[in-house]
Design a protein around this ligand. Structure first.
Ligand code: GLN
Length: 337
């Protein structure tokens, strides 16, 4: 992403709370307008059906921890969640098994390699290294409780629905398209098994993983899901507790360092927020204690991250003062208020 594009936006500090609802609303609309004409990047085509999407779609949503909602453009247009599911399934796995066990099995470090790298597994004796790349995500899916793959899938669908505050369903067309072409992920499942890193049937586990990636969401849903992690695990729209506050902290820490694949360091340096992307064009960024910003637009950069979503979220991070690393002396902030 070209961060020069953000250079005109004043950097507000993260000290304090979000601006008033009306100001947030105006900034969300402005961010949407500003990047509508950016047509850079290309739509993912390694999952055949994703190549057929309208590349012009562009939605933006912000949900505040007090339940305040902002939607712009195609914020209610459905698309498949893809890799963004990884962060929420990871949260469910830690909720079930605890911090240390999941850390030992899946790891928390960046691989420095593409999200679907087999080499990363081979280099580390089959240890997946982190849960946001495919190998680690498949190993994480294997940890979801359930006596059968069907039960595990139901548990994931229910868990992600609780994050979203509505019943999410499978996009059967995306699922079928990916299931017919996911040899690489199946290879990863078997490689994990060959190293003794995963129990269970690799084909069944990869099938559950493929289903979780094909869950249909909107940018609005992603913002509610992210806002639940920003709100100590309580969904700010439904009021339901989904995971514990500790689970949110663990999940956001790992997402901050690995959520945008090999661009994660650059993103954290420029934007300063944990964020997770998916190849269908979604990105959700979480501002702990404040809320979440989600974007959807199908054209991607070379690492597989939506271009317009990155720009619009980057814009809002600056304008709303979400960068976790940007502070100012509290006295100054109070005087300026
Ligand atoms: N389902 C996709 C895959 O496993 C998810 C990848 C992504 O969104 N980056 O390849």
């Amino acid at each position: 992403m070209d961060v020069e594009a953000l250079s005109g936006i004043p950097q507000q500090v993260s000290t304090g709370a979000l601006p008033a609802w009306e100001s947030v609303e105006e900034l969300v609309r402005e961010a949407h307008r500003r990047y509508t004409d950016d047509r850079s990047g290309t739509v993912a085509d390694y999952i055949p059906v994703l190549a057929e999407v309208d590349p012009e779609l562009f939605g933006l949503a912000v949900i505040e921890v007090d339940g305040g909602t902002h939607d712009a453009g195609d914020a209610l247009h459905p698309f498949s969640i893809q890799s963004i599911s990884k962060m929420f399934v990871y949260a469910l796995a830690i909720q079930e098994h605890g911090h240390q066990r999941v850390r030992d099995i899946v790891g928390v470090n960046n691989t420095g390699l593409a999200f679907n790298s087999l080499m990363a597994l081979e280099r580390n004796a089959g240890h997946p290294m982190n849960p946001m790349v495919n190998a680690g995500a498949i190993a994480t899916t294997a940890l979801v409780p359930g006596a059968t793959a069907v039960e595990q899938w139901e548990r994931i669908r229910e868990g992600l629905s609780a994050f979203a505050g509505r019943a999410l369903s499978l996009d059967g067309v995306v699922y079928a398209s990916e299931a017919a072409t996911n040899e690489r992920n199946r290879a990863m499942g078997w490689l994990l098994r060959s190293y003794g890193r995963m129990s269970g049937d690799p084909d069944e586990i990869v099938d559950v993983y493929t289903r979780q990636c094909a869950l249909s969401v909107t940018a609005h849903d992603l913002a509610v899901m992210g806002a639940t992690l920003a709100d100590g695990g309580v969904n700010p729209v439904t009021g339901q507790r989904v995971v514990s506050a500790d689970v949110c902290r663990d999940t956001l820490a790992v997402v901050a360092s690995t959520g945008l694949y090999e661009r994660s360091g650059e993103w954290l340096f420029e934007i300063g927020l944990p964020a997770k992307s998916g190849v269908a064009g979604g990105i959700v960024a979480v501002s702990p204690g404040k809320g979440a910003v989600a974007g959807f637009s199908p054209r991607l950069d070379s690492a597989g991250n939506s271009v317009r979503s990155q720009l619009a979220i980057g814009h809002l991070s600056r304008a709303l003062g979400l960068n976790l690393f940007a502070s100012a002396p509290a006295a100054t902030v109070r005087t300026n208020a």
